[in-house]
Design a protein around this ligand. Structure first.
Ligand code: FEO
Ligand code: CA
Ligand code: CA
Length: 677
């Protein structure tokens, strides 16, 4: 089962249920390879979009010829301990949990006995979002940066999690868990058609829940983030529950902190308002890391920091503010291992699923979309104050460019009106609230608004959504798509046009196009997830057994305009017929409706095809591709009994149980051609 497939509703607000081309083509840039001294390499991580401008979404009747045609038969559902791909394709295991990244790690052991130090120097657990950073524009050499969202304690340790009679957990067991979270940067190369991890590459890197990172943007150096560890509020320790991801036009990776509140506890009589709104636990934490506090080996409060209960004379004497250093978008420079990760606090503080760049144009602001994954939470966008300068695609200092475009700007939250229009509502001190005051009067200055971003969004009247997960931008026309994975608590009285089904166990994908000026947008629903046998009111897109899906989660356009949809479903009717899956569709091929590409309906839904089915109990997530699209990478998270061999499609024999390992899976064609076409 997935993590929090039934995500709790943390939003107590009474908000009414209101009725580009992305220039991902990084140009050539010269960078210094971290750890390799002064060796300069040329990178072209990019996507060729040369023919995009010749395409139009307004070409009259249905059936536009984009030149991209999906050339595989939609797979039947599958319920096996194997990855299933179409005929003519291979699926191979790459960089599974525990793969050593340097000489400080022992090889992964199938009995769970690797140490905390091994884990610190190996690939983390439960892979999620990721990105492929091509080196010198190559499609056979690059850095795969992978989120490691959370852990399976039963698989991580020889006999699961342990504790003593008083409930204290062993320090080294906790350290191993902390080290299994975070992000893994892995140099990979393809030789003779086989991808391999370069196990000693100096660009290999781990970020864990303990790695020291910089705080930047409005929260940095404020009283909100001063702790006993960082009395000046400039540093944080670790990133946690890194779910979806993003990347920037200047060549960096973005990792996103989602279910971080649950590793903290606050036993004070009254919690600060932001901790109440984000639902910091008041009784126990998810893994009990704080119980190891006081161990003779503890350094710098490495375990005590997970207990937010005020104990000292001031915030600089305890960890009451530790949780204020989580809930952000974190920027990583994959090409320079000497650089700290940076928490970009201007993009808001909540359960961030991911962060996706919008259309990038010279002389215009840089935009990032981000969503809060919990029931009835919101969709946001950040707009930079600085206007994009194309020379910044080739910076000498990538993180300085990150500061330029991500530390200063305006955060907005979305309102979806029932007439198909939408508005971006600013989250600034002068922004009007629904009650006739301003956010400044209600919450304070910008740091106080960021600290409790979700409540600021309540106050201005954002639309509560059915759990926003991933977003992506169509490289052909700049349309933004976002998955709304499910919301089984939406009642009949809470429906609106953007979230129109009660007890929504199936989810939908919403799509919008920005107005000129970026203050609003036009939206519609691209596809509704559903069981093929469901009544028409539920199966609104007319899905069939060949493409039925539910709980869309991962979502990514490749550089050709193919939209890949991944699912994190469990327990509903679709799950009876198939494991989680990845489907493909080319929206631009669906013709034009009111000047926009069509939606999935009875006429077009045969163009939505099932490309891959995952192993039993797993979620299919994460998407990356080589520049030439001859290799695509996906992640299999929380499998039950997989993998059996390097061949991801080899089923575990009946009666055999393996220690499950989340893993990247690389998909290639046996003829070496581009994927999907
Ligand atoms: Fe970690 Fe919202 O999925
Ligand atoms: Ca997700
Ligand atoms: Ca999910």
């Amino acid at each position: 089962m997935s993590e929090f497939n039934n995500e709790p509703n943390y939003n107590p607000s009474d908000n009414e249920p209101f009725s580009a081309i992305l220039e991902r083509s990084w140009s050539r840039r010269h960078v210094m390879k971290g750890g390799l001294g002064l060796a300069a390499v040329t990178l072209l991580g990019g996507f060729g979009l040369a023919n995009a401008a010749t395409r139009s979404s307004e070409q009259g009747a249905r059936a536009i010829n984009t030149g991209i045609a999906l050339d595989f038969d939609s797979l039947p559902g599958s319920k096996t301990d194997a990855v299933v791909v179409p005929a003519g394709y291979t699926a191979s295991v790459l960089a599974p949990w525990g793969t050593p990244l340097n000489d400080n790690a022992s090889a992964w052991k199938p009995d769970g006995s690797n140490t905390a130090s091994d884990q610190l120097n190996s690939v983390g657990m439960h892979h999620d979002g990721m990105h492929f950073f091509a080196i010198a524009g190559r499609s056979d050499d690059g850095i795969l940066v992978i989120n490691n969202e959370y852990i399976d304690q039963d698989a991580l340790h020889p006999s699961g999690a342990t504790s003593d009679a008083s409930g204290k957990r062993p320090a080294d067991e906790v350290r191993k868990e902390i080290n299994a979270h975070g992000v893994s940067a892995v140099r990979i190369t393809r030789v003779d058609g086989q991808w391999r991890v370069s196990e000693r590459d100096p660009l290999n890197r781990r970020f864990t829940t303990a790695t020291v990172m910089a705080l930047s943007g409005p929260m940095a150096e404020t009283d909100h983030v001063k702790t006993a560890f960082s009395k000046d509020g400039t540093l944080a320790r670790g990133t946690n529950n890194n779910c979806g991801n993003g990347y920037t036009p200047w060549g960096t990776y973005l990792t996103c902190e989602e279910n971080w509140p649950d590793v903290f506890v606050n036993r004070a009589a009254t919690l600060p308002a932001d901790q109440q709104r984000i639902d910091i636990p008041t009784d126990e934490t998810r893994f009990g890391w704080e119980t190891a506090a006081g161990d003779s080996s503890e350094e710098n409060g490495e375990f005590a920091r997970f207990d937010l209960t005020p104990r000292g004379a001031s915030a600089s004497d305890d960890y009451r503010n530790e949780a204020n250093t989580f809930g952000y978008i974190v920027e990583i420079d994959p090409f320079d291992a000497s650089q700290r990760a940076v928490k970009r606090t201007a993009l808001g503080r909540f359960r961030h699923e991911g962060c996706w760049p919008g259309k990038v144009e010279a002389g215009k602001p840089v935009v990032f979309y981000t969503g809060h994954d919990a029931r009835f939470e919101y969709i946001y966008k950040f707009v930079s104050n600085a206007n994009w300068e194309p020379a910044d695609a080739e910076p000498a200092d990538r993180l300085a460019i990150g500061a330029k475009y991500m530390d200063d700007g305006t955060l907005y939250v979305a309102r979806f009106n029932d007439d198909g229009s939408g508005e971006w509502l600013a989250l600034t001190p002068s922004a009007p609230t629904r009650g006739g005051s301003t956010l400044g009067e209600e919450l304070g200055e910008l740091p106080e608004i960021i600290l409790n971003t979700a409540h600021a969004a309540d106050l201005v009247g954002a639309t509560p959504m059915d759990r926003p997960e991933w977003g992506t931008v169509d490289p052909i026309n700049g349309d933004v798509y976002m998955t709304l994975t499910n919301n089984d608590e939406r009642g009949p009285e809470e429906l609106n046009a953007a979230n129109p089904r009660p007890t929504n166990v199936n989810g939908q994908i919403i799509r919008w196009r920005e107005n000129d000026g970026q203050d609003g947008f036009r939206w519609n629903i691209f596809v509704f997830g559903a069981d093929a046998k469901a009544m028409a009111e539920i199966n609104r897109s007319g899905l069939t057994p060949a493409n039925q899906f539910a709980s869309p989660d991962g979502l990514a356009f490749d550089n050709r305009g193919i939209l890949w949809i991944q699912t994190d479903n469990g327990g509903n009717a679709v799950a009876k017929d198939t494991n989680n899956q990845m489907l493909a569709v080319v929206p631009a091929n669906l013709g034009a409706q009111n000047g926009r590409p069509g939606v999935i309906d009875a006429e077009s839904q045969s163009q939505l095809k099932r490309f891959l089915v995952g192993p039993n109990d797993s979620e299919v997530t994460g998407f990356a591709a080589t520049p030439d699209n001859t290799s695509i990478f996906i992640n299999i998270q929380h499998p039950g009994n997989w993998p059996y061999s390097d061949d991801a499609s080899e089923a575990v024999p009946q009666g055999t149980q393996v220690r499950p390992r989340a893993s990247t899976v690389v998909i290639q064609k046996t003829d070496g051609g581009p994927i999907g076409v």
